[in-house]
Design a protein around this ligand. Sequence first.
Ligand code: SUG
Length: 441
Amino acid sequence: MNKYFEHNFDGLIGPTHNYAGLSFGNIASATNKGAASNPREAALQGLAKMRAAMELGLKQGFLPPQDRPHLKSLRALGFDGTDKQIIEKAGKTDPQLLANCYAASCMWTANAGTVAPSPDTGDGKAHFTPANLAANFHRSIEADTTARVLRHIFNDDNYFAHHPPLPGAMHFGDEGAANHGRLCESHGDEGVHLFVYGQDGDRFPARQKRRASEAVARSHRLDPAKTVFIEQSKTALDAGAFHNDVVGVANGTVLFLHEQSFADPQAAYAEIREKAPFVEIVEAPADKVSLDDCIKSYLFNSQLLTLPADQGAEGEMALLLPKESEENAAVKAFVDDTVFKNNPINRVIYKDVRESMRNGGGPACLRLRVVLSEEEAAAADANFILDADKTTALEAWVKNHYRDRVTPDDLRDPAFMDESFAAMDALTRLLQMGAFYDFQQ
Ligand code: SUG
């Protein structure tokens, strides 16, 4: 029998990770605007999280960072001359635009795209749609390269179907897997897909459009009897849940979420229960954990991981949470209570991903889940599937090339661009990618 495994593809955090306050509606991003970042620590924290998942016996992959500063975007916006002149001109005339072109935001691979595994699709292939990320300029410039990265790693038409990012920009704003979850009895069984979209709140705009989710479900040839479209609550959006994965996560038979996640929770739960009768809904009541605590601690931006057969009982799950959840008394009490109660969540791991958290990205933001059969996994590019040795090699690459402090002023310094490109050049050699990035063309 062809066995299926969930592979988490984390974003390898790039050398230009910085705090530029670029994401309206993302409270951490706004709060930390202008602070000094530590890209080296950020990338090592990310790799340590990947190690922790591998130590649980889980399959771990990664997506490489994108080339930043993105000179191609700066050129398209009218900056010309040599690379150095482009940085200097942009730094003088529009430092905020330069910061947009410097963002390392592709690290949050939950926004790289939406994936439907082969048991769920009409043609039996795994389908990928890169997110257009139209809501924020710095994120919208990720889509083309993300499409290229996904095609590069999953490069076999027999197994993988790649769709282009949705057209129509904001009209079909699509933020990828951050607003999508899959319920199933086991990874290889046909799954039920939950697509969560938003309507603009009073305070913050919604990024994911219903029509975008519908288009992705159509392209992926999902069975309408196995898809649910759910409106996010405006209360959650306005509290800072700019993606639904800040207030809920689905894995296997479990939907783990805050009671104020959905606009009409009872109707949503009824449809989910009808389409996925096996579902177990584990809900945090607002009187135990406030939305504010959720957003500060990223309780629900945790990875809910089904443990392999030799690591636990059938269907047993571990919750991999950010440290901030351990430090919040109400959240910690709820997590302890959840583990104590009779449900599949039996183990808890707290990891330090603070550098990412300060830009509003927790453990779940940092990974794209790709369920693959053994055959499909063998068809994917092995350079992007991790083991302990490859992780050590990536750590050495980070230590060699990354700064431990980046401030807004550094973005104006062409030497920082040169360092970043040198790092990316070395990475493409390490991963045998050829001349892959725009700056290498
Ligand atoms: O899109 N932050 C990202 C965080 C994405 C988190 N992803 C998920 N929830 N899945 C965003 O808002 C901040 C960049 C800055 O301000 O420098 C940023 O892009």
